[in-house]
Design a protein around this ligand. Sequence first.
Ligand code: 9MR
Length: 586
Amino acid sequence: MNKQQIGDIAPSTIETAVPAAMEEIVKPVEPSGIQPQIGEMVKVDQIGYGTEESKLAIIEGDHPDGKPFELIEKNSGATVFTGRLSAPLADAASLKTVRRADFTSFQKVGEYRIFVEGAGSSYTFAIAASPYDKPLETLLRSYTLQRSGVAIDDPVTGLKLKAGHLQDKMAEIFFEDGISHKGETIDVSGGWYDAGDYGKYIPPAAVTVAQLLLAYDLNPTAFSAGQLMFPEGLKEADESLPDLLSEVRYELEWMLRMQRKDGAVYHKVSGAAWTGFVTPDTDTQTRYVYGMSTYGTAQFAGATALAARIYKPFDKAFSNRLLAAAEKAQSYLSLNEAAAFRQDPMQDNGSGGYGKQTDAEERMWALAELLRTTNDTNYRDQLTKEFGYLLEQSPQAVNWANTQLLGQWAYYSADKAEQQWQNNIRQAVTGRAKVLVARAEADGYLNTLNMDEYTWASVKSGAANGTLLLIANLMEPDEGYTAMALEQLHHVFGRSATGFSYVTGIGSRYPMEPHHRINAATGITIPGLVVGGPNRYGGDPDLDAVKEKLAPAMAYLDVRGSYSSNEYAIDYNAPVVLLASFFAGK
Ligand code: 9MR
């Protein structure tokens, strides 16, 4: 049952054997004669579509050109709209032939399914003014249920947990470096568990906090006080604070505890060994504070500087604490110019590695957020001098190993930004957006990923590409960007080659056995957990046993053991929250 992960690597640097030649990959069986199962060959967003948005279903299988499709009203069974399937598209990532059914012009609110003779029916979905409000709440509540250090008694899901990892109040420092002393204890309690495991790590925490706060910053009306129906005892004293900000504060308070007096930030807190599928309170092993990195310290500075700005109107004192912490981390980085990632023997025996040996994208992000928050042009000048090349370079989507786009956005929106650099940023980001839109247009499921990107956390990567499109739209308004961002959300919610919605409890077919200790140990299906999704390179014994036979976009297993395709993590939910919030509350 224990998850074993060896040495962590950034997604972009994963080296794994590419599956056998594509001809050897088994083509998905297409049923003939009998009517396919519901949702098997007709794929839709299992939540639904906004009344005024584009509405595409994906139809698999062989069909003659011009074949009709029907939109059927759920209750009456009446056909309310008919259209014709598009020309076929060979989808390289799934090896399926697909056609699109476009019913954009149909705008009547209701519940429907799509039907195609020979392909059967889709799952039922809604056409509604704002279909993503409820999913957004569900996605956000999962963070509350991931809290460490507090008892949880949740009437909504029935989840009951005793407070877990109280020993984090006295976690032991694992190493000696003259400032930190091996065996010394510190309080690093609280925060969210990272994922299916009980580790707590700075890099995914920082990018998660940043994306959640960005979601709030870009669309505050999607978030409100009372939205998350906090379980008893978990409410903030200040009830006017939007619940999202209360929830994120819980993580920020933990992050602040991870900072050392010289400004450097520890890497992670975990036990020395992976636990089985047990509840948090029964994992009573000693917890250690491992490692320290310049990239994590820079991410901490970026996230806390951003947070200082967001919390300022609500809580001056908290905002000041955040800014002081960001500045202290930045002073440490200025005194320690070389990238450093401390890795002690046995550090990764009971938790993920999250290793990164370089730190330029993170240092650049930290300086950009500090510039935006303080208007101190020294940060700007240091940034353009040392990392100007990153401002004008085509970005990757945000992930724990690359925060360049967060830095580009922070600089771009800073009052003291210089116009020439803003122009360069706009060009770099919109250039990348155009590439992603072109890819998605050519993809059977309107997904932005190329074949090699169906790796660990591909669903997160696709969603994060969607958020890149939203940022591009803010720099150069273009409905093509936002429309394609929404198509990425449709993929997450079930318009996928596997037919799964990759979020527990959302849609009609979703992961039932996520790699998630709390879920496994309590038997409670916690809704709102985004799983990693298709991963052609595998990384766990279950998926490794079958991955060679599966096309990249099909390399997904809904089994507990498949932590490389079916684990949830806080940083997987974050870009989905950002996307959903953009399209919610309309
Ligand atoms: O999300 C991480 C992914 O990018 C890495 O490739 C993978 C392998 O190192 O690890 C993932 O992160 C896991 C972390 O190391 C431990 N907690 C669970 C995370 C999700 O699987």
